[in-house]
Design a protein around this ligand. Structure first.
Ligand code: PLP
Length: 388
């Protein structure tokens, strides 16, 4: 039996985000060999575009084969050796995951926590670093997709630089939607994922390593535990040597190249402004429906908005109806937010006025049919205030 074409679902959850038809078309082209000269040329262009999006000159910038979590593993497994100490900011699922991965590297992990829905505070990080001056690396999640919190980086990075530790940043839900600015902020290791604000299908994890990170890497005493993610091999394939390590996911790299080209054509500044504009309109529109956001405005992510599920409304029923009656996907809550929060993503190509309005109308119909009375017209007019 031939592959059955899936329905087009409007992806407004925590990722994957809607994939532009140009990207799908690029992906469907003939597969080249992973050492073919034409493909090597495409690899060069892809790394050049990645440097543009990361805003870095870092030589070692390439996509890891695997999803965002593979980027997380690649960052940590190369930077941490057994017995070394790492501090990880934990205020949601992805900080927790980073802490777990760091401990699996054999590192001693110190968690600095913040409540779900709030960023990690500089004072708490400063205290932890005073108590543990021998920390090698501090890991932070820039955009915590499980809660919708944007972690302000500058104040924390200054504290980390002052104590000499490496700064590792998870930019999975920020890269391509919110400024990451690797070089300006002097971030040492940053990774992301294809399927959030970059707008490509899941399957690659762009990563970049600065000189300080590479210096530490060169001083390692132990082999990297993971053969697949060992940076010394990956550098030899993505660098000038082009030495085979594993077969690159060729068609995924076509997709990433096209996604990055679309970003370059739009320009980072306009793209960031677009993410901010449509998320503001969404938040206003939701207020018009009587639906409140979870995160205070100053820490709210433009790419992901978490909202409180109105009292008496069944979480799963609403998401089921949105999916089946309106062909829209939104996300449910995780951990302490399970059953209490919806997560609405406006990422990459999903961040558009038409999508905001379609969601507001569909949500109004669904909520009204379940007994939460609200006005679709009111929501649209509230959203319009932002567009005017
Ligand atoms: C989605 C996400 C990840 C994990 O990416 P996968 O592609 O699901 O492996 C890691 N960190 C953050 C902040 C994310 O949003």
């Amino acid at each position: 039996m031939h592959f059955k074409k899936p329905q087009e679902i409007l992806l407004l959850g925590p990722g994957p985000s809607p994939v532009h038809s140009r990207i799908l078309e690029a992906m469907g082209q003939h597969t080249l060999g992973h050492l073919d000269p034409e493909f090597l040329d495409l690899m060069n262009q892809t790394t050049e575009l990645l440097r543009y999006v990361f805003e870095t000159e870092n030589r070692i910038t390439f996509p890891v084969s695997g999803t965002g979590s593979a980027g997380m593993e690649a960052a940590l497994v190369n930077m941490l050796e057994p017995g070394e100490k790492a501090v990880v900011g934990v205020n949601g699922v992805f900080g927790q995951r980073m802490s777990d991965v760091a401990s699996r590297c054999g590192a001693e992990v110190v968690e600095v926590e913040a409540p779900w829905g709030r960023p990690v505070e500089p004072e708490i990080l400063e205290q932890a670093l005073k108590k543990h001056p021998d920390v090698k690396l501090v890991g932070l999640v820039h955009a915590e997709t499980s809660t919708g919190v944007l972690q302000p980086l500058d104040s924390l990075v200054e504290i980390i630089h002052n104590c000499g530790a490496l700064v590792l940043v998870d930019a999975v839900t920020s890269l391509g939607g919110i400024p990451v600015e690797v070089d300006r902020r002097e971030l040492d290791i940053v990774y992301s994922g294809n399927q959030k604000c970059l707008g490509a299908p899941p399957g690659l994890a762009p990563i970049t390593f600065g000189d300080r990170a590479l210096k530490y890497f060169g001083e390692r005493k132990n082999k990297v535990q993971s053969w697949y993610l060992d940076l010394s091999f990956l550098i030899r394939y993505w660098g000038e040597e082009r030495l085979y390590h594993h077969t690159a996911p060729v068609n995924m790299i076509y997709a990433l190249y096209e996604a990055l080209s679309i970003i370059k054509e739009e320009g980072l500044k306009d793209r960031f402004a677009r993410h901010l504009l449509h998320s503001s309109a969404l938040v206003n529109g939701l207020k018009g429906l009587g639906v409140e956001t979870v995160v205070p405005e100053e820490y709210r992510l433009p790419s992901l908005t978490s909202v409180s599920i109105p009292d008496g409304i069944d979480d799963a029923e609403v998401r089921h109806r949105l999916r089946h009656e309106h062909l829209i996907e939104i996300g449910g809550g995780l951990g302490p937010f399970k059953g209490k929060v919806w997560r609405i993503g406006l990422m990459g190509n999903g961040s558009q006025r038409g999508n905001v309005e379609r969601l507001l109308k569909s949500l109004a119909v669904t909520l009204n049919s379940l007994g939460h009375s609200c006005s679709s017209a009111e929501a649209i007019s509230e959203a319009d205030k932002v567009y005017r």
